[in-house]
Ligand binder design. Sequence first.
Ligand code: SF4
Ligand code: SF4
Length: 244
Amino acid sequence: MFKVLQRIFKDKIATEAISTTGSDRLRGKIEGSCPSDMLAQCAASCPVGAFKASGEDYTVDYKHCLFCGKCVEACAASAGEGLQHSSKDVMPFMAEACQEVTEEVFKNKLGRSLHVRHLDAGSCNACDFEMGALGNSYYDLHRYGIAFVASPRHADLLMVTGVVTRNLEQALRMSYEAMPGPDRMVMACGACAAGGDTYGETYAIVGAADEVVPVDIYVPGCPPRPSQMIAALLAAADMMREKK
Ligand code: SF4
Ligand code: SF4
């Protein structure tokens, strides 16, 4: 024990600091403007209708965006100009007033507690793999007072990944109803659960999670990075604390 304390004092840090300031290898927020009036071409190339052009302006709905890069590829401008994927993360946002989560959420606050039940409603599993990384020694989710639980009856928050399939629609509804109210919360994690358009419209798909249960927080990405998931979970824990 003494040796452990000695090492902590010597190294100063026991676990890595997590932030969402982005990475050079990341396809992040779309930035830039089109110098050649070809934004309609970018909008037409978007597979999920997240890119909307209006004259010289454009908007990207990050609830739906797959970060596939098609709009940037379709940009008529030469490399280095026009639309680009920046290296900045797109932050999670709360459903209420579309309020974006900020880096402030990582500032050390004691007294947080959140119990999370995960439900895969029909994902490709990439979101779930990223979520699995939350428990490793790098992300070390437990240090924030957040833990995954085995039953919705023990959960404050339901974390939904994947587009809601007809097979799992009932499971999603039942999981939500089994959670203790009135302060239960739902997080739609990834473009499938948040936007519901990733696989188009088929007989097997219901759509986004908010078509079945009320969603409180959305995490953009396909898949989102673990750091974005932690930011969203911390914001949810803070929101839960305010409610009580
Ligand atoms: S990155 Fe892909 S999904 Fe996102 S706005 Fe561009 S084309 Fe659409
Ligand atoms: S959002 Fe992307 S990574 Fe996540 S389940 Fe859907 S397709 Fe897979």
